[in-house]
Design a protein around this ligand. Structure first.
Ligand code: FE
Length: 286
């Protein structure tokens, strides 16, 4: 049997005000060697529209990918390339900002008022920071679900489980993004490529992580050390968590708001370009 990765730390998300006044929980939001290539994970979960209706009006991104996964409620979006749409429950929008995109993301109020979703930021390597922007819109039926013998139900957004591939492919940092639900009394193990970083974010219930079976609950982030497998077990409760891994970039990170580059000079240039109207390299005329 492969050895299980040790848990480096378990932390509770930090309440954060983002966009035009959206109250959310920031699971993490910093350049951490054990989370590289991931930079940020926001959990927006509220049944009070005052917490989210202000939304995220027009803003730029460069140098990163933003991955939005909705569980409940809807987010309407529009961007400088002329794309327009709605991210619905169970759907994913994988946006590669690359050289630059200006967009807005506006949560809508559903009849039951509950909005629940996640936004993950993945860094782009220096070589790809100025690549052409692109979108992958993934609808619910395109996200396969696998039930394993260990008592896990896995929605595969990106990656491969028991021969079943998720819809998002050809991402530079070779990430895996799984939504895992464990029944009570489950013993789950998942092999992660050596050298890749991995974290779990608990979205429901409680589970134990790593060889020392450290307990974590809802809204907690579990960061693993380097190694092989990830081990998760449940006792009387079921658990649902996002399990995300990727190949670290090990490059310098220069980060200012929605733009992440390698140097301060590149950041200055990006904001200068945004000011003088030359930020977008790929805007379609419409
Ligand atoms: Fe954004």
């Amino acid at each position: 049997m492969k050895s299980a990765r040790k848990v480096s730390r378990i932390q509770l998300g930090r309440p954060t005000l983002e966009g035009a006044g959206v109250r959310l929980l920031r699971a993490f939001g910093n350049a951490d060697p054990l989370l590289d290539p991931f930079l940020l994970l926001d959990d927006f979960h509220s049944d009070d529209p005052r917490d989210y209706l202000a939304g995220f009006p027009w803003h730029p991104h460069r140098g990163i990918e933003t991955i939005t996964y909705m569980l409940h409620g809807e987010v309407a979006h529009g961007d400088s390339m002329g794309n327009k749409g709605v991210i619905r429950p169970g759907e994913v929008q994988w946006m590669t900002a690359g050289s630059g995109i200006v967009h807005q993301e506006m949560p809508q109020e559903p009849p039951d008022r509950l909005l629940w979703g996640f936004q993950l930021w993945a860094n782009l390597p220096a070589q790809q920071k100025m690549m052409d922007p692109r979108y992958r819109e993934v609808v619910r039926r395109d996200i396969p679900e696998v039930n394993t013998r260990e008592g896990a139900k896995i929605r595969i957004i990106c990656g491969q489980v028991e021969g079943v591939k998720g819809p998002v492919q050809d991402i530079v940092t070779d990430p895996e993004y799984l939504d895992v639900t464990l029944i009570p009394g489950a013993e789950f193990r998942r092999s992660i490529p050596a050298g890749h970083n991995v974290f779990a974010y608990l979205i429901q219930g409680a589970a134990r992580f790593g060889p020392d079976r450290q307990a974590a609950q809802e809204k907690h982030l579990v960061v693993f050390e380097k190694g092989e497998e990830v081990a998760v077990s449940t006792e009387r409760e079921s658990a649902r968590f996002l399990l995300v891994s990727g190949r670290p970039l090990r490059e310098p990170v220069a980060w200012r708001g929605p733009i992440v580059m390698n140097t301060e000079e590149e950041l200055d240039l990006a904001f200068e370009e945004y000011q003088n109207g030359t930020f977008l390299k790929n805007s379609k005329r419409h």
